[in-house]
Ligand binder design. Structure first.
Ligand SMILES: [Zn+2]
Length: 101
């Protein structure tokens, strides 16, 4: 998958469209990503002790990686990713500035 953990991405569709954030987890098998503060769902945490109040927390849920674009750390623009292969190493390239990312 072209998107890796810790990449900065731009959300290009859905309710978070136009927002930028960081990939917390990439799930290549499913073609999905989990992005910080994006696609949040409320989750109810049950109280641990009786008398405690339950807590509602918001968790980012995985969504389709095709809804994001990687932001190149060099030119700072949302870009498509290309690949460069040297020997048995594979590098990701920014298609805008041609820098390895
Ligand atoms: Zn670039």
């Amino acid at each position: 998958m072209k998107i890796h953990k810790n990449d900065q991405v731009l959300i290009i569709s859905g309710k978070d469209k136009g927002r930028k954030s960081k990939v917390i987890e990439a799930l290549p098998k499913e073609g999905k990503v989990i992005v910080e503060n994006i696609n949040l769902r409320k989750k109810y945490n049950r109280p641990k002790k009786s008398g405690d109040k339950g807590q509602i927390i918001e968790l980012p849920i995985a969504f389709d990686a095709s809804n994001t674009k990687v932001i190149c750390p060099k030119c700072n623009k949302p870009t498509r990713i290309g690949y460069k292969i040297e020997g048995n190493k594979k590098f990701r390239l920014c298609k805008k500035c041609n820098t390895e990312i």
